[in-house]
Design a protein around this ligand. Structure first.
Ligand SMILES: Nc1ncnc2c1ncn2[C@@H]1O[C@H](COP(=O)(O)OP(=O)(O)O)[C@@H](O)[C@H]1O
Ligand SMILES: [Mg+2]
Length: 308
């Protein structure tokens, strides 16, 4: 198999009305998991829709496995892609199976082939026992799995998933991610998320989206090491009075009884901090150690909070 990748070059999108939703996005995604992580409105859905061949870019180029999605080879390129939008417009009164057959036939399959692919896809996502139920009766998790079934029916190289874990309860989210992890092996997965823990857990590379552009990118560990390497110790204490210095380091406080210390190493700093509060005669209520994550990286890079 020839090596396949998704190459995005200087992609722009201006919506009618003058909103520039995507401004000069470039990246390359190879096999494995690439996440587009950013808050609402940062341009993730717009980017995925353009890569999927569903929304025409204002400018830029998208090449999938050597084929230009918006060029002459567009039809062939789109066959290599499965796109799972956040809300797939299923026909609610039809069963899961009927919806998949219908989608297969829209893509140009005959009934028998569409049915065969639909059955296989339902098995793949663990919905074979529910294929004959109307979609309107499906839970959020089942609906998400049916969406994934619809986008893997034609066995694409590339899966584009828009917020695959959003709007699900924790258990359904776990199930959906288990499924994506197993389907993703050997494929190219590009997905969007506004949840930093999700990006941290399920990415080989993270692209941080902010105001329609990519402001940082790399493997999660590398981003954390570069932008937010220090653990923080958070002390909840009686308000009033200046929090003590520890090892010559000031604590950051807004005077509201919560003080943050950035430390090299939490386990050796913790007893020193507690001792300093005792010596200063300030009552401590609770102490937390916070390992830095992608949420912190986003804040360091953009100055804004991700999940605000
Ligand atoms: N169809 C549209 N028409 C006009 N503006 C849009 C449309 N879709 C999205 N936008 C705007 O484009 C920006 C990026 O949106 P979107 O790509 O949906 O971001 P995200 O998926 O990161 O939340 C936002 O400001 C949004 O309001
Ligand atoms: Mg979106």
């Amino acid at each position: 198999m020839s090596e396949c990748s998704v190459v995005v070059e200087d992609l722009w999108k201006e919506y009618p009305g003058g909103i520039v939703a995507v401004r000069g996005v470039s990246f390359e995604a190879g096999r494995g998991f690439t996440s587009l992580m950013g808050p609402n409105g940062s341009g993730k859905t717009t980017t995925l829709s353009m890569v999927a061949g569903a929304l025409k870019p204002s400018r830029g180029r998208i090449v999938v496995c050597g084929l230009d999605v918006w060029g002459r080879e567009g039809v062939r390129a789109r066959r290599l892609i499965g796109f799972a939008p956040q809300d797939m417009p299923f026909k609610e009164k039809l069963s899961g199976m009927e919806n998949l057959v219908w989608i297969g036939m829209i893509r140009g399959l005959g009934y028998v082939d569409a049915k065969r692919q639909a059955r296989r896809a339902l098995e793949l996502v663990g919905l074979e026992a529910h294929g004959n139920r109307r979609v309107v009766t499906y839970s959020g998790g089942m609906r998400r799995r049916l969406t994934i079934a619809a986008c893997v029916m034609h066995e694409p190289e590339v899966l584009l998933l828009d917020e695959p874990g959003s709007g699900l309860d924790p258990r359904a989210r776990e199930e959906v991610w288990g499924l994506i992890e197993s389907l993703g092996r050997g494929r190219i997965i590009v997905y969007s998320t506004h949840i930093s823990q999700e990006a941290e857990r399920h990415s080989d590379r993270v692209l941080i989206f902010h105001s329609g552009g990519i402001v940082a990118g790399g493997p999660p560990r590398m981003l954390i090491e570069r932008y937010a390497p220090m653990p923080r110790i958070i002390v909840y204490h009686d308000p009033g009075g200046a929090p003590p210095m520890v090892d010559g380091l000031p604590g950051y406080s807004r005077g509201d009884g919560v003080t943050y210390y950035e430390v090299e190493e939490a386990s050796s700093a913790l007893p020193k901090i507690i001792e300093a509060f005792l010596r200063a005669g300030i009552q401590v209520h609770k102490v937390e150690v916070k390992r830095p994550g992608l949420e912190e990286v986003y804040f360091r890079v953009t100055g804004a909070r991700l999940e605000a």
